[in-house]
Design a binder for this molecule. Structure first.
Ligand code: ZN
Length: 257
């Protein structure tokens, strides 16, 4: 019954909220990493984008006006992660908030000694647990082109959202069973230990050293690499690549080759 309702609703949204061709092509053109996707995959991605935009509000803050092309560029990148998964991984929050630049979140956190600190360093993006995804538009625009930026802000924040779907952003996304979770943890812990040792030794790593901040950041940063420069992840951490290919049900390195 619910499944039938869901299918009906999905069909209705796809019929009534189609994306104009010109807008779709312009947005895809701004995201060079999409070049490896087949026409069939892009058609499914386009449907997902329509459903995503129907379910979420992408709203401007501090006077920023979100244009249709900006909405589409953000939605495409959010949906690439769940292309072969379920949009329900993004349930539990409604808003994507877009700032005209980096923003100071101003939230407070307590350290292990009970001292309260205020987060007052400016951020380019943030994914709040059970809350919105917050993005700085200039950083979204700059990081749409991986070759130029070597980062992808939207993929990063939505990887955190997927990670948070079953609790905290701990670097372990929702996995189907205990055996898969054990194998995931084994591979990720080994790679994380190796990467943090390389960063601690001041090695000039090809992967953003920010990934050494925590297992959660390791998952988010490596998700960027998985989608935008998959061959780099294959070269650096082939075991992690295989875990990601299994989880995301995509094999972008094979398409690049
Ligand atoms: Zn992060």
């Amino acid at each position: 019954m619910f499944e039938a309702l869901r299918r009906y609703r999905r069909k209705r949204v796809l019929q009534t909220s189609a994306l104009p061709d010109a807008l779709w092509h312009e947005a895809c053109g701004a995201l060079p990493f999409l070049a490896i996707y087949s026409a069939d995959a892009l058609a499914r991605l386009r449907d997902l984008v329509v459903l995503f935009l129907d379910a979420k509000s992408i709203v401007g803050a501090q006077g920023h006006v979100v244009t249709p092309i900006q909405r589409t560029i953000i939605a495409i990148q959010a949906c690439v992660l769940v292309l072969n998964l379920d949009l329900a991984l993004y349930d539990g929050f409604e808003n994507v908030v877009v700032y005209p630049g980096e923003f100071v979140p101003g939230w407070e956190f307590e350290d292990e000694y009970g001292v309260v600190h205020r987060q007052d360093a400016p951020l380019a993006g943030e994914a709040m647990n059970r809350g919105p995804v917050i993005l700085s538009w200039p950083d979204v625009a700059d990081s749409a082109n991986w070759d130029a930026a070597q980062m992808n802000l939207v993929i990063h924040e939505f990887a955190h959202k997927i990670d948070m779907h079953d609790g905290d952003a701990n670097g372990c996304p929702p996995l189907p069973d205990d055996a898969t979770r054990r194998e995931w943890r084994r591979v990720m812990q080994r790679a994380y230990a190796d990467f943090t040792a390389r960063v601690d030794a001041d090695e000039d790593t090809a992967i953003d050293p920010y990934a050494a901040e925590s297992p959660g950041e390791f998952f988010a940063v490596l998700s960027e690499v998985f989608f935008a420069e998959p061959s780099l992840l294959v070269d650096e951490y082939p075991d992690v690549y295989r875990q990601f290919a299994g989880f995301y049900r995509q094999d972008p390195a094979a398409r690049t080759a």
